[in-house]
Design a protein. Structure first.
Length: 296
């Protein structure tokens, strides 16, 4: 599938499946894309019915039978119709009871508008693959890059293949995954032009799925990154609790929990001492296994 076709199918599939359920417009490859002229309540009903009965074929047939979709597919070739069906069904499977994740609204990255994030709905052990959290890949020529991409507007889902030396368009449910410098998952190939995510550490229901976009995605060395990990590190550095020279402790869930609990204990002890005159505070030494790694 060509990049322009994938971008078109993705915009339409999102507007038919994701946007009616979330209630707002999510990212589109075409910055001037207009919502399809289907009744959004009808679309929402179709997806909610699919959530209840799990009949994927029935849901697709109902969507493709709407006046707008029927007109759109009228002049498509059988192969184009199949590609469109495959891509729309990727988004429908997001709402399957077996998917193990859902897409939710979030205001974390912008105070002015709602955006989206992916959270798991069940436990996912380390090294497992979330197959329905997938994406489709299309290689882009330099001409397509110039024609399709607008920096800062729709270049949110572009990867560069160091092996093929070309840019690749990456679209599908996994395009809703946000970046974090300490990601919970990573992208893994599932075929020539498809990929899903692999879990890097145990996830429990409610945890957000995050992936690492790259070393310089948010400026040089990601200096403009606003992920939760970078925000936490900046706060710790400002408070003097994070000291980095050449080496540092590798961050793990247990160590992050220890930092938080230790910080809370310190604040309680400090308040108790200030209320008591001449008290003698007993030092508590907690030993944790030290693992030294290069600072990255």
């Amino acid at each position: 599938m060509q990049a322009s076709q994938l971008a078109e199918y993705d915009d339409i599939a999102i507007s038919l499946v994701i946007d009616p359920l979330l209630g707002f417009k999510t990212h589109k490859m075409n910055p001037k894309f207009r919502w399809v002229t289907c009744n959004k309540e009808d679309l929402r009903y179709i997806v909610e019915k699919y959530i209840a009965n799990g009949d994927l074929d029935e849901a697709y047939d109902a969507i493709s039978s709407t006046k707008w979709a029927n007109h759109y597919l009228m002049n498509k070739t059988p192969l184009q119709k199949q590609h469109f069906r495959d891509h729309l069904c990727r988004y429908l499977r997001v709402f399957s009871s077996k998917s193990g994740f859902h897409i939710l609204p979030v205001r974390r990255y912008s105070a002015e508008k709602l955006e989206a994030k992916v959270c798991v709905t069940t436990e996912w052990p380390k090294s497992s693959k979330i197959h329905d959290l997938c994406g489709c890949i299309a290689e882009m020529t330099e001409e397509e890059e110039k024609r399709l991409l607008r920096p800062g507007e729709n270049d949110f889902s572009i990867m560069f293949s160091t092996r093929k030396k070309c840019s690749q368009l990456w679209l599908g449910p996994a395009a809703y995954i946000n970046h974090d410098c300490r990601p919970s998952c990573k992208f893994v190939s599932t075929g020539r032009d498809t990929a899903c995510v692999k879990v890097l550490r145990d996830l429990k229901a409610g945890d957000e799925v995050t992936c690492y976009y790259g070393d310089n995605f948010f400026g040089d060395n990601n200096k403009d990154c606003k992920c939760e990990t970078c925000e936490r590190r900046r706060k710790e550095k400002a408070n003097g609790s994070l000291k980095r020279i050449n080496y540092s402790l590798r961050e793990t869930d247990n160590r992050l929990k220890f930092r938080r609990l230790h910080s809370e204990d310190s604040s309680v002890s400090s308040s108790q001492c200030s209320d008591s005159s001449g008290c003698a505070c007993e030092k508590l030494t907690i030993k944790v296994p030290i693992e030294i790694t290069k600072n990255v």
